[in-house]
Design a protein around this ligand. Structure first.
Ligand SMILES: [Zn+2]
Length: 655
């Protein structure tokens, strides 16, 4: 017998019916659709986009690259970071090749890489807005320019494309970009002692380091994290030098320094403040660099931010960002359900952060949050047809409020075709096509299986782990571990928080008592063949929030397994706020194959007050109004807004 000192994960094939549908949908619908949009060939409307700033329906993202490459004439169009739509799309396509080889798509992506190489300047710089329309302002207004954010997204795409296809060209573009940034940024004489207003480059450089092993890329990522907030007036000084009123994105100058996580050094920042996507991208970079360098200050900051977000600032669905003003966090326990933001990108970014933390520490809570995002907050961002998207993911919505209250106009009750600021659709696409990267973490001689997404994983030494289940609808998880050379290693399986009090384990058909350590149960594997059966608690659970959350007090939400449920007007009589549920109400759940591509529906015994007549007084004596016994029908949150427009709510009055 030989110990596997570091089991090496080679490949994961997703077999989960639930995720295979989404992954094929991305290949068949999302990628072609997004390619058409970016080439201005799709018939789309962005009028409903909460971020729409009066631009027309064109994306122009590919045209911008063609102009920078000298293949077309014209001006740049769109946001300074318009290029990132193309890069995230390229990254999503790269991942898809691992499960759906597609020579036609590969031709398009190879040509795209050629175009990007042509658009890149000899010194490695690439940001089409500045190249086309403001070459004299390169790196001069980093608060708003998104140049390092933009190049960071290419670096991620370039690394992914290289790993998927072996394209040296794609990797060379990324290295040249990083070299360009390295030449311009740092603390030595003549360099810019600054950083980007939008974190991203930190995690991108870490990825580039992992594939190239070039220390300078890791050092540069570390520099950006250490330098952030060291000179809190860095952005203001740059803005003044550039011409104070020459904003690249109107309004961005008015946000406080903590919007950019730049008010003080990261090691001194105590709370997760500012723009939610920036926070979680920054955290992902922090966790990445903390693991690769052993920087304990960064690791401590990761823990602080994680706890602040998860324990005080996250919706039950995993969504984050309590206000539309600055797409930002607000203060602890401030989680309004109907004016919130909950950007899809923020849930995607939180998934990145959770994955990086799992790479550092074997703690089940990271796997719990990753699962929460994958099955709720992030997945909600895309319609079941793959052609409509949410930027904002509310927990309570009403078409009348969207239309009639300007403070809720950003909360749509159906997904939009596209956005003027189109960060979310391709971000979710790349998460879905790479979900196979999110199922295992390896620590020393231990393989952690922390997601119940059915798959076949192969490791070095011909070890394979096969996981079969009908998750998220059923909680029976069957593992088959083949270990033909009888290597010795440990396997850790996550016991989800929602099943912590009620689960059962069998090893080779025999019931076994196992202790839970930080959310995992561990098995010593050394036989050639082992089976493990895990039975998780799929009963309907009534949840409440911490009672410091004003918005949810006196209310319950329904969860079954990893899925948070929502009531929709399509199944229930409006107004939905007249329903009440006892916390021990009788419930029934059943799978409906023809509803919403197949979902388990929950029916809960409920009471409902009759609605007051239209001519009733606005205020009247508070005597209890008799309620009628009825039922409330709930569907998984991710699947809401796929039928007619109507009200939706996750939280329901208790009683
Ligand atoms: Zn977004």
């Amino acid at each position: 017998m030989q110990v596997m000192t570091q089991p090496q994960l080679k490949k994961v094939e997703i077999t989960s019916a639930f995720w295979k549908r989404y992954r094929e949908l991305v290949v068949k619908e999302v990628l072609p659709y997004q390619w058409d949009v970016m080439n201005d060939q799709a018939d789309i409307k962005i009028a409903e986009d909460p971020q729409n700033n009066g631009q027309d329906k064109n994306s122009h993202a590919v045209a911008n690259l063609k102009i920078a490459a000298g293949e077309m004439k014209g001006h740049h169009y769109g946001f300074p970071f318009q290029d990132t739509d193309v890069y995230k799309w390229l990254e999503a396509a790269a991942y898809s090749f691992s499960y759906h080889p597609n020579p036609d798509l590969k031709k398009i992506t190879d040509n795209l890489v050629d175009l990007i190489a042509k658009a890149q300047e000899p010194d490695g710089y690439l940001s089409t807005f500045f190249q086309i329309d403001a070459p004299e302002r390169k790196f001069k207004r980093l608060q708003q320019s998104h140049e390092l954010y933009t190049m960071g997204h290419y670096i991620e795409a370039g690394v992914a494309y290289y790993q998927a296809t072996g394209s040296e060209k794609a990797l060379t573009i990324a290295k040249k970009m990083a070299d360009c940034i390295d030449a311009h940024f740092g603390l030595s004489e003549g360099k810019i002692p600054g950083y980007d207003g939008h974190p991203e480059i930190e995690l991108a450089l870490s990825r580039l380091y992992e594939v190239t092993h070039e220390q300078k890329y890791l050092d540069l990522a570390h520099y950006f994290l250490n330098q952030r907030g060291q000179n809190p007036d860095f952005f203001e000084k740059q803005n003044e030098a550039d011409g104070i009123d020459r904003d690249l994105i109107p309004g961005m100058r008015d946000f406080p320094r903590n919007y950019y996580q730049a008010a003080e050094p990261i090691k001194d920042q105590q709370t997760a403040d500012g723009h939610a996507v920036r926070v979680v991208y920054l955290c992902t970079g922090m966790a990445y660099v903390a693991r690769l360098t052993g920087d304990q200050d960064l690791l401590a900051a990761c823990h602080r931010f994680w706890n602040d977000i998860v324990k005080r600032r996250m919706y039950i669905t995993g969504n984050i960002g309590s206000t539309t003003t600055g797409e930002a966090f607000t203060y602890d326990y401030d989680l309004p359900n109907d004016t919130m933001y909950g950007e899809t990108c923020a849930s995607v970014g939180m998934s990145f952060f959770a994955r990086q933390m799992l790479n550092i520490e074997a703690k089940g809570e990271y796997g719990d949050i990753l699962e929460k995002e994958l099955f709720n907050g992030a997945l909600s961002g895309m319609s079941l047809d793959g052609k409509h998207f949410f930027y904002v993911n509310p927990l309570e919505a009403d078409p009348a409020a969207t239309k009639g209250n300007p403070g809720k106009s950003h909360v749509l009750t159906h997904r939009a075709d596209w956005f003027g600021c189109a960060c979310c659709p391709a971000n979710l696409a790349r998460l879905i096509t790479s979900v196979d990267h999110y199922l295992y973490s390896v620590h020393d001689d231990t393989i952690l299986s922390h997601q119940f997404i059915a798959n076949e994983a192969s490791f070095a030494d011909d070890v394979t782990i096969t996981q079969e289940n009908n998750f998220p609808w059923a909680g029976d998880i069957h593992y088959t571990i083949a270990n033909p050379h009888t290597r010795s290693f440990k396997l850790g399986l996550r016991i989800p928080g929602w099943s912590a009090g009620n689960f059962a384990v069998q090893v080779n058909g025999q019931a076994e008592d196992v202790a839970v350590t930080d959310g995992f149960v561990y098995f010593a594997i050394d036989a050639a063949a082992t089976t493990i059966d895990l039975k998780l608690d799929m009963s309907v659970q009534f949840m409440r929030s911490n009672n410091r959350v004003r918005a949810d007090v006196g209310q319950v939400a329904i969860q079954r397994g990893p899925l948070v449920y929502a009531a929709e007007q399509a199944d229930n009589e409006a107004p939905l706020w007249l329903y009440r549920i006892d916390r021990n109400a009788k419930t029934e759940s059943h799978y409906e194959a023809d509803l919403l591509k197949g979902v388990t529906v929950v029916e809960a015994a409920a009471h409902r007050e009759p609605e007051d007549p239209a001519d009733a007084d606005l205020y009247t004596s508070a005597a209890e109004k008799p309620a009628q016994d009825t039922q409330l029908t709930l569907i998984p949150y991710y699947a809401w807004a796929n039928r007619e427009d109507g009200q939706m709510q996750v939280w329901c009055r208790r009683g």
